[in-house]
Design a protein around this ligand. Structure first.
Ligand SMILES: C[S@@+](CC[C@H](N)C(=O)[O-])C[C@H]1O[C@@H](n2cnc3c(N)ncnc32)[C@H](O)[C@@H]1O
Length: 260
């Protein structure tokens, strides 16, 4: 924890919003309206690994009902930067340990953005079990799926991507991380009731800051996996910083709705 800076989360937010699968949001919106119909209460939403609140900022205006959000994160500094509104509570918790307690029985929607590639299969089993136990909807978005495609190829792109994907499968505080295998693992666990759509980042040639941040992060991750290849990785990163390429980074959005 503490590895995600507010600046990085703010930089990625615009790409997240453009990438997210609107079809799944529309389905969730219809579920929310039906679930609350005539009840007079607010939709209870729990956002796991909420960080600075990007998921709330994006999704809340797209749900056509009154809502109360609980933002859960292990990083108190990030949580402090989330919006301060009456329809939102913040909860500091280590989700590797306190997952079940962080999802109250009354939750209608459990959501997580850019989280489940960090977690283990065992943790996903716990998540699906808890969501099914309380009959909630599950919306998991922007899970990295291992694809990185540049608009112009460098001979070392695939090698660096494979090192990055190896790094993604390392320990991230939840046991061995699923990394790029996370969307498939969730699909296998949740079964055909879970819809999966792609939500790829599309980074244009002019998006220098985003491209630079990704190249820096990937070079650092690759060097952790292959420390003896530091010079080769740095040379790749230097070339990638200089060329104005576009790129696509593969992500998945997934939604499971309970039967109403
Ligand atoms: C990639 S960030 C995504 C943040 C936010 N959902 C977004 O989309 O901008 C992952 C978040 O998971 C949180 N996190 C990582 N491990 C955690 C843990 N064990 N318990 C609680 N939060 C954790 C981090 O602090 C970070 O805010």
């Amino acid at each position: 924890m503490g590895a995600f800076s507010a600046d990085w989360l703010s930089l990625r937010a615009r790409f997240d919003t453009a990438a997210r699968a609107q079809v799944l949001e529309d389905r969730l919106a219809r579920f929310a309206a039906t679930r609350l119909s005539g009840s007079g209460r607010a939709l209870q939403v729990v956002d796991l690994g909420a960080g600075s609140g990007n998921n709330h900022r994006h999704l809340s205006p797209r749900l056509p009902v009154r809502q109360h959000w609980t933002l859960v994160d292990g990083d108190e500094d990030l949580l402090r930067t989330a919006p301060q509104t009456t329809d939102l509570s913040r909860r500091h918790a280590d989700l590797a340990i306190d997952l079940e307690a962080a999802i109250p029985d009354a939750a209608d929607v459990v959501t997580a953005s850019a989280l489940i590639d960090l977690v283990s299969r065992e943790w996903l089993v716990r998540l699906v079990r808890r969501v099914e136990e309380i009959d909630a909807a599950l919306l998991v978005v922007l899970t990295y799926d291992g694809r990185i495609r540049w608009s112009d190829e460098d001979a070392e792109d695939a090698w660096v991507r494979d090192l990055v994907n190896m790094h993604q499968r390392g320990e991230k505080g939840f046991g061995p991380a699923l990394g790029p295998d996370a969307p498939r693992a969730l699909q296998d666990l949740a079964g055909p009731g879970l819809a999966t759509l792609s939500s790829d980042w599309k980074i244009g040639t002019a998006d220098k800051d985003m491209r630079g941040a990704l190249v820096d992060g990937w070079a650092a991750a690759a060097a952790e996996i292959a420390p003896d290849d530091g010079a080769r990785i740095s040379a790749w990163a230097e070339r990638r910083r200089q060329i104005e390429s576009g790129l696509v980074v593969g992500h998945a959005d997934q939604l499971m709705l309970p039967v109403l």
